[in-house]
Design a protein. Structure first.
Length: 128
């Protein structure tokens, strides 16, 4: 943004005096320009940088882990397309993932898959 300021000072000297005397006029103009720019402090990485490229990786075996840790493990390995199911067939929602344990997964642990592979984690409440 450019800010311009100007100051004009007009001073008339002299007065009504002798005939033929001309008043003296002095004019001073001062112009000051400043330019500022704003640079964002940080910027978010592009969406493509948030996920790895489509290279195949090994699906971790998360059977026996609590559901939250299983999800964290999958994401750390580069798998983000995760779905979950109640393994008992009751159709319950896994609200508190730490209260559930993974009893099966598809594809199985050790399978080579691309990061866009759908991973199904079937879990039941701990103690069931």
């Amino acid at each position: 943004m450019i800010a311009l300021g100007s100051l004009v000072l007009l001073t008339a000297c002299g007065g009504v005096g002798a005939a033929g005397a001309q008043p003296t006029v002095t004019a001073t103009t001062t112009v000051t320009a400043t330019q500022t720019s704003t640079v964002p402090a940080t910027s978010a990485p592009p969406p493509s940088a948030a996920r790895p490229s489509a290279q195949a990786g090994v699906v971790p075996n998360v059977v026996g882990l609590n559901h939250q840790l299983a999800q964290d493990t999958m994401q750390a390995a580069g798998f983000y397309f995760l779905t979950e199911e109640d393994a008992t067939g009751q159709g319950r929602l896994l609200i508190n993932d730490r209260n559930w344990v993974v009893v099966s997964q598809q594809p199985a642990g050790g399978t080579h898959a691309t990061p866009d592979t759908k991973i199904i984690l079937r879990s039941k409440k701990i103690g069931e």
